[in-house]
Design a protein around this ligand. Sequence first.
Ligand code: FS2
Ligand code: SF4
Length: 545
Amino acid sequence: MFCYQCQETAKGTGCTVMGVCGKTSEVANLQDLLLYTIKGIALLNEKGKKGNLKFPKADYFIMNGLFMTITNANFDEKAFIEEIKEGLVLRENIKKELLKNNLLVDELHDCAVWTANTEEEIKAKSDSVQVGILATKNEDIRSLRELITYGLKGIAAYAEHAYNLSNINQEIFDFVSKALTKTLNDDLSIDDLVSLTLETGKYGVDVMALLDQANTSTYGNPEITEVNIGVKNNPAILISGHDLKDLEQLLEQTQNTGVDVYTHGEMLPAHYYPKFKKYNNFIGNYGNSWWKQKEEFESFNGPILFTTNCIVPPKPAHINRIYTTGSAGYPGCKHIEKDSNGKKDFTEIINHAKKLNSPKEIENGKITGGFAHAQVFALADKIVNAIKTKKIKKFFVMAGCDGRMKSREYYTDFAKKLPEDTIILTAGCAKYRYNKLNLGDIDGIPRVLDAGQCNDSYSLAVIALKLKEIFELNDINELPIAYNIAWYEQKAVIVLLALLYLGVKNIKLGPTLPGFLSPNVANVLVKNFGINTINNIDDDMKQLL
Ligand code: FS2
Ligand code: SF4
């Protein structure tokens, strides 16, 4: 195996024996082979375009498969083998269509022709260097290909949540296939790949806008909300991950069952949506960000439903009360599939909850959030006034991911040390580093404004663009906004590329720069965009203030 797609990659260079995340080398190789198979399907999709042939099943397969390979989403060897088998069948069906239309004339790349009849053959293929990251020998080309691929994984994740709410943008699907096909093309220069990277950022903005539209048109615009972090006495289910449609179905099915529902990790922002407030058994948020789940699942007592990443390999004793759905998976944990209408039956989890103890309280009180674009626009006069009267000197976008590395304590300390005339704009699970610090408010505006999940970083960009318009500035970088972003997995990669596409400069990215950036590619990012990483709090604060 060789994997360097996340921030915790071994020694900052690559996991080679086993993932720091807990992924086995077998699963890592199968993920590579799934990606390879996906590229073959994308390539055929591209051929179809020449004859105006569309393959919606291929678009869905590519999206879902990419999502499955995101860090901490799926650890289940069997799920990957099944997915690859399905991909091979789909690929051959597409070929038949292309042949009928005389669109299959050139010789195809191995990723579109390789085949296997047994699991052993699939595993043997997954083991070969040819399907892995290191098959690309030039380290700069490899770095850019992977940067683009990770951005596409982020796009796929967000597109899938939107898809589950019946919001689809065909242009995004088309771009994903085009970009995947280009990562196979040995004729592309570094410059070509750099522009493809920026184009990926453009589709990052588009997909986050699509998901924002899907979420807000279905569940209303997030509004200021106090979320309970204590517990009640009923048995309960904990729902984690990012998929709001799954949450909605769970809330519907738990009505009048005596079973409560709590959010974990990135599901916290669901409480900010008006539509979810009508459910009396939707009690609050339990615990903190993803990496604290082992202890928090212990004290929660009830079953846990993962709708997406981030899964930490569970204690054996917890496996039977962990359920997965969608792109998520873990060996031994029951996976709940959707039916042909997108319906999921959570009866088994609800009945399971009834037999278990209610959650043990680990915190109490409330946390405040719900500052996505519409809510912030509603407060615009107040905010603009506070900026004009210098009560707010600067905004710090501290969005992105949290992680278990000790070095991430930097973010809590940085937040604590920020002057009192500054505001933190946050989104994603990075927020757990400072959303319980009680940093106070400025004229009633809380000093930590949480827009939502990692994809709601889009809201932060919309807010910045609005402020640029109000203050009649020419450049988004003239605003009193500094960016100190924490990354962990590939959704943060697409958020970063989206910000670069929007012209944001001098982003601090930490706690370390990605291991997949070769020195030359890192230099391109430093030279053109001023990207830099964290150093120590005092120097960084000086620089950003
Ligand atoms: Fe946090 Fe993990 Fe949101 Fe990432 S819960 S690092 O998936 O996408 O953020
Ligand atoms: Fe290593 Fe991260 Fe890849 Fe897991 S996802 S194998 S921790 S680089």
